[in-house]
Structure formats: C-alpha cells, structure tokens
Design a binder for this molecule. Structure first.
Ligand SMILES: NC(=O)c1ccc[n+]([C@@H]2O[C@H](COP(=O)([O-])OP(=O)(O)OC[C@H]3O[C@@H](n4cnc5c(N)ncnc54)[C@H](OP(=O)(O)O)[C@@H]3O)[C@@H](O)[C@H]2O)c1
Length: 241
C-alpha cells in the first residue's frame, strides 16, 4: 500500500485510518462509498462486488470508529446489511468502553422495512429504524422505531435523535445514493471516504449520489488523504463551506 497524499510513503493496510480523529461531543457524519472508475455505485444492484479485499477491510476499519452505521431503506432491501467488524477491532472498541459492533440505523421513507433473520438478531438496542410509514411500529419488538411526521425523515432529525436519545455522535453513512443525496443536501456530511475500484462497468448502475431534488452545486470538498493499493484508490475528503 502506498500513501500518496499528504505525504509519499509505503505503509501497511492495517495502518491506514487507525488514528482517525472524530469529535465525540458533537454529531459527526462521515460517509463511505465505493464506485467503479466509470462512477457506478452498484453492479447488478449490489455494492460488495465493486471493491476488493482492501476496500472491504477499510470499510470495516471505518465502521470500527462509528457509534452507528446509517443506511437507506433501499440498501437494506437490496443487500444483506451487516455492521460486523473483525474480532481485533471489536476488542479495541470494547477496551474503549464501546459496544463490540456499532449500531445499525435504517432510514426509510414511506415504504416498508422487512427484517431478515440477521437484522432481527441484532436486538432492539442495536437496531434503530426511522421512517414515516406507521407500519414500521410493527417492528418494535426487534428495533427502536421512530416514525416521522415528514414523508422522509429529515437528516437533521435523524442525527439529533441519535445524539439526544441514544448518545450516538460518530455516524458512518454507508449509502445508498438517495440517502447520501439527502444528507449532503441538508449539509449534514462532514467527510467522504471514497474508494475508486479499478473497474469499468459500462452498463447501468447508480451513481454515488442520486438526488431526488436539486443538490446545491456549491458543495465543495478538500482532499485529506489518498492511498493506492493494487490500482485501487482510497480517498478521504472533507466537506468545506
Ligand atoms: N457503492 C457503495 O458504496 C454503496 C453503498 C451502499 C449502497 N449501495 C447500493 O445502493 C443501492 C440502493 O441505493 P438507493 O439510492 O436506491 O437507496 P438508499 O439510498 O439506500 O435508500 C433510499 C430510500 O431511503 C429512504 N429515504 C429516507 N429519506 C430519504 C430522502 N430524504 N430522500 C430519498 N429517500 C429517502 C426512502 O425509503 P422508502 O422507499 O421507504 O420511502 C428511499 O427509498 C443498493 O443497490 C446498494 O447496493 C452502494
């Protein structure tokens, strides 16, 4: 693995992002996404085949710093969502007084959320669901459910509830593209970790950000770091005003 920015040096994959500094008192939203070189965030509706092992490792490394991982209902419907991290990272978390894995937050809108076995097994204290469909309350045995009065829960509402009711401030947004757009549009995202996988798909697939309304064009990013491993590029950007 080579770090290219802000300095040039060889390093090990296991050393990347280990000293990630995230504030704990205020909510901090960092987003992690992988796309192909031609900008696709899905291959046949899935994200996992895009990145290679290094991407999957760093995805878990980024999770290891999170109080909660947030995903959109579209992602939870299309993929088997999991927030598991490797045992060594779990030990680090537990030693720091945290739960072994971050909590999972699913943000729905007017649609339904179907819980498969692994989600049911997370338990009510580890699974939090937001949405506006009252049928979500039927899931209350398995999840902490928040029904919003807006058709789509506002990102600010999600973030403040996680902070005020659960004490969760380090929030990892793992997509998908529509929820990313809503969070970016509301000015709620602090950082982006974006992996560019050395692949061209050349067919339909969602982009990393898929606005359902107009995104402000002035969203500006500043590069924080850049790593390369086997032609796969790992970027970290800060959102700036
Ligand atoms: N490449 C990557 O790194 C990556 C990461 C994650 C996911 N993905 C891929 O992304 C795909 C799903 O993406 P997606 O964009 O269709 O779904 P999504 O962003 O995961 O979820 C969209 C859903 O979120 C709910 N929602 C809540 N607030 C919203 C708002 N303000 N605006 C719009 N929707 C809001 C709506 O649920 P209701 O339908 O209930 O109204 C909406 O349908 C999956 O196939 C997954 O593989 C890729």
């Amino acid at each position: 693995m080579l770090q290219v920015y802000p300095c040039l040096r060889e390093c090990r994959l296991t050393d990347v992002y280990t000293d990630l500094w995230l504030p704990i008192d205020e909510p901090y939203v960092y987003m992690n996404m992988v796309t192909t070189v031609d900008g696709r965030a899905t291959i046949d509706g899935k994200a996992y085949p895009i990145g290679d092992d290094a991407d999957h490792y760093l995805m878990r490394r980024l999770r290891s710093f999170a109080d909660a991982v947030i995903v959109g209902a579209g992602t939870a419907r299309n993929e088997r969502v999991s927030v598991d991290i490797p045992e060594d990272m779990q030990h680090e978390r537990v030693a720091a007084g945290k739960s072994a894995n971050p909590r999972l937050v699913i943000v729905s809108g007017q649609g339904e959320v179907k819980l498969y076995k692994s989600l049911m097994e997370l338990g009510k204290e580890n699974l939090i669901i937001f949405g506006s469909n009252k049928s979500l309350l039927d899931l209350s045995d398995y999840a902490s459910v928040h029904v919003s009065s807006h058709p789509y829960p506002k990102p600010e509402e999600v973030i403040s509830t996680l902070r005020n009711q659960y004490g969760l401030t380090r929030l990892l947004l793992e997509g998908g593209p529509k929820l990313n757009a809503a969070f970016i549009e509301s000015g709620s995202v602090n950082e982006l970790f974006w992996t560019i996988a050395p692949k061209v798909i050349g067919k339909e697939g969602l982009p990393m950000v898929m606005p359902t309304s107009n995104l402000p064009v002035k969203t500006q990013l500043q590069l924080v770091s850049l790593y390369v491993s086997d032609s796969e590029i790992f970027t970290r950007y800060k959102f700036v005003e």
